[in-house]
Design a protein around this ligand. Structure first.
Ligand code: 13P
Length: 268
């Protein structure tokens, strides 16, 4: 399999339901003041604000020619029409979104999203030339019972159903064990690597080694500046989907600069 450096790391901040559009501008500006060219050549860095912030974030980033990327946390499975409260992929593409999350565990849990619905969302995102970030991950009881690889691979197969190799090669999968989200309970780098490796092997089995070598696989769940280097030292982990820590500009920049910390991750 192609060595890891072929894949550009991605650090994406999922702001969840935090920050109104004024606060979003302030946070984006703080990131812009701190991040430098070197940071952007080392990794793709993205923010994923709530829908209501997207236009403000887009205007700021484009106006100031910042290198930050941005995207959305969800999208409607419908193209257009009488779906009150929904936001379509066409609208998100028009706002310059590069990434869109699909199947975040909070959507699966609180909005009962299943793999078939998530698969439709992935297709909507691809139709509009944006990059899906398919989120997978097991709840605590499944981890404890031991069936986590099976569940994650089922979520992966369901989410990617019907996609061709070129589509899969360009997308992002985020492994986020539910028990590690917002709990401070970070998965060990070895736990995260085991699942990310299994995801890559499954992509390879379905779409071939070249596709698996290109798709980016992220880890998410209580990522902080101090645990990021060890996570990034694992061969199948290409970046992080960051929740709480992405709301703190200093912490988020620290995560993006994981190479600067003195750990084996510096060698990548
Ligand atoms: P935390 O980093 O707050 O654990 O959240 C992870 C997450 O859900 C990112 O999508």
């Amino acid at each position: 399999m192609t060595p890891k450096p072929a894949r550009k790391p991605l650090v994406a901040g999922n702001w969840k339901m935090h920050n109104n559009h004024f606060e979003a501008i302030a946070l984006t500006q703080k990131l812009a003041f701190t991040l430098v060219d070197k940071d952007f050549s080392a990794a793709d860095i993205a923010v994923l604000p709530p829908f209501t912030d997207l236009r403000s974030v887009q205007t700021l980033i484009e106006g100031d020619r910042l290198q930050l990327l941005w995207g959305a946390q969800d999208v409607s499975a419908h193209e257009d029409g009488a779906y009150t409260g929904e936001v379509s992929a066409r609208m998100l593409a028009k706002l310059g979104c590069r990434f869109v999350l699909a199947g975040h565990s909070e959507r699966r849990q609180y909005h009962h999203e299943d793999d078939a619905l998530i698969n439709t969302k992935v297709k909507r995102i691809l139709e509009r030339a944006m990059t899906p970030v398919l989120c997978v991950g097991e709840p605590l009881e499944v981890r404890q019972a031991g069936g986590y690889l099976e569940l994650v691979l089922e979520q992966l197969d369901g989410g990617l159903d019907g996609l061709n190799a070129a589509q899969v090669a360009g997308l992002v999968v985020a492994y986020e064990p539910v028990w590690a989200i917002g709990t401070g309970e970070v998965a060990t780098p070895q736990d995260a690597q085991e699942v990310c490796h299994a995801v890559r092997r499954r992509i390879s089995a379905v779409h071939g080694d070249a596709t698996a070598a290109t798709a980016r696989i992220l880890y998410g769940g209580s990522v902080k500046a101090d645990n990021m280097p060890a996570i990034m030292a694992e061969p199948d982990i290409d970046g992080a989907l960051v929740g709480g820590a992405s709301l703190d500009p200093g912490e988020f920049v620290g995560i993006c600069r994981y190479r600067d910390q003195s750990t084996p991750a510096n060698q990548r």
